[in-house]
Ligand binder design. Sequence first.
Ligand code: S3P
Length: 188
Amino acid sequence: MADNTASLNDLKDIKPIVLIGLMGAGKSRIGRELAAKLKLPFVDADDEIVKAAGCSVSDIFELYGETAFRDVERKVIFRLLEDRGKIISTGGGAFMNEDIRRFVAERGISVWLRAKLDVLVERTGRRGGRPLLEKGDPKAILQGLMDERYPVYGGADIIIDTEDVSVDVTVNEAAAALSSFVAKREQK
Ligand code: S3P
């Protein structure tokens, strides 16, 4: 093994890997496949929020508002970051919260799955349940979120472009990037 890589086995006990990116970037799908490849458990933060709240993300937004959702999101992600050796997919707004960003920087390894607007529009069109996109034209909303969030997502430890390639290729790229990141920064 070259000096700047760590074997996949070395990744078993690393800091939690936190996938970030906009809605439709493929965080859950890629997270699941990456977890299978690295033989790590996978957890979807939005699913944990739904479990904690006892209702869907849309219902939380509608009944209690976005501020309440962000509060539960922060608590859930803090809890998920307590153990090592897992992959966490987060909702697109999570990394915009300063406390979450700081905690992820201390406790985890952040991986931004970057995608272009058309890809996000197409993928988010496949399933609903995303209250932020129900307020108007999804393409315009996603463009606004890209403008606001991409500079912040850019602070992630690792950035992976996801468009125009298969899930397998993205998963392999993410695994390779993680292994060299771990070897270089001794983040284990
Ligand atoms: C949100 C993204 C959603 C979900 C909520 C808010 C956001 O998750 O957390 O609807 O602010 O971008 P996904 O990114 O998994 O769709």
